[in-house]
Design a protein around this ligand. Sequence first.
Ligand SMILES: [Zn+2]
Ligand SMILES: [Zn+2]
Length: 311
Amino acid sequence: MIRTFTCVLVSLFLCAAARASASPIARHVFIVSFDQGAPAGILKADMPVFKRMAEEGAHTWEAYTIVPSVTLPAHTSMLTGVGIQKHQVTWNDIDPEKSVVQVPTIFSIAKKSGLVTAMVVSKEKFRTLHQPGSLDAFILPSDPSSKSVAAAFAEMVGKLKPNLCFIHFGEPDVVGHAHGMFSPEKMRAFADSDDALGTVVKAITDAGLLDSSVIILTADHGGHDRSAEELAGMAKAGVPPQPGTHGSALPEDVTIPWVAWGTGVRQHFLITAPVVVYDTAATALWVLGIPVLESFWGRPVTSAFDRPPEG
Ligand SMILES: [Zn+2]
Ligand SMILES: [Zn+2]
């Protein structure tokens, strides 16, 4: 009887050990999105932090976003793991009448596993992704600059120590629309956002989380410059001409960067497997040791990691 009981205990222990060995790659995942972060612009801009992390970690400059390549639908795919046909967030405005997304987000899924979740964003429309009870912190600084977003993140991260956190830099998008994709102003917005990324990494380090973190750098979409004819047409119609735009399936609009950096990430690795924006959601959960839902379209970018979880 005692022996049987001991056997049961031992098998229970082994079972628990087996579960524990299906361990997460990291305790913390930070997803940093550079709005309108076209790889061609990032490569041209003065962004030493982004480029160092891409070079040191695993990266591709040829990941893809969804069509339409616009902010809210694309970020919804990034953070729900499914395409627009499934998540149905087809709008891109801040209409308070529009309800929150109806499919699970990575935050609501992580919350079910008892993890701490947060979002620091520079656009109000991200409230669409804030399902009740899914976030421990939803931070929208009154100043939407990347510097301000990074400062708000730095203020929060040491206190909350989120397991899953999304950080959104909207500045490159606003400036890209107003001045064009490769304008000096856009290059400055990229450089400022890179400084802000430096602030984010330092804050994660200062919070003592760096050794247990994976940081993903990506974008919701790229963008392209309007033709002289289009701009002339806008001027003629009395619309303020906006040189930069996106939303189409043009390669410039749909190509995005995807970088993983941190613990368990393969070093100096060029990702050659296809990566789509909704793979970010699957990768974040997989890194945290949370099973990816069957309903996800996204798959973890396993090739970017040299320490895949067992089981
Ligand atoms: Zn955008
Ligand atoms: Zn835009």
